[in-house]
Write a protein of this length. Sequence first.
Length: 161
Amino acid sequence: MRTATQRLRPALSRVSKRAALMLAAVAIAVFALPSTAMADDYFAWCPEAETTCQTGVSVSAPQGACETAPAAYHKTRVCVVYDGDYVYVYDGQADGYSGMAEIGTDNGSVHKRFCRNTTGFGTWVRCNFDWAESGEHRMWAGYLISYKEMPTEFLWAWDDK
């Protein structure tokens, strides 16, 4: 007759194998997938201290003041809610590239803000930035080709909004 320990060994072996598999899966999820910060490192300027890059969240429609880049810049449309620091980006061309907005300012510690639309042609996304309302702000729109190439067109500037 087998002892209690002998009867438990196969069960303990199965449990420890499952635990090892679960730990391996967690390790893969934690270390193999990019973090949020890494995921938003999509352009060469993103790692710089005076730059912030966001991938927008999908929304059904924009708000605020809007302008559209010319066809050479893939008809990317950008809208800004000045007092909420929201930027909306519309992907205006079915080409596989992300629509992009760039906001530049000389005040504060962050001088460049990028908002990327990865949801595809005909969709809107929203980025939520935090900028000082004082001073001049400049808006560009375009598309992201690669980590080092993002053609943009100047759209407009505003002060103290």
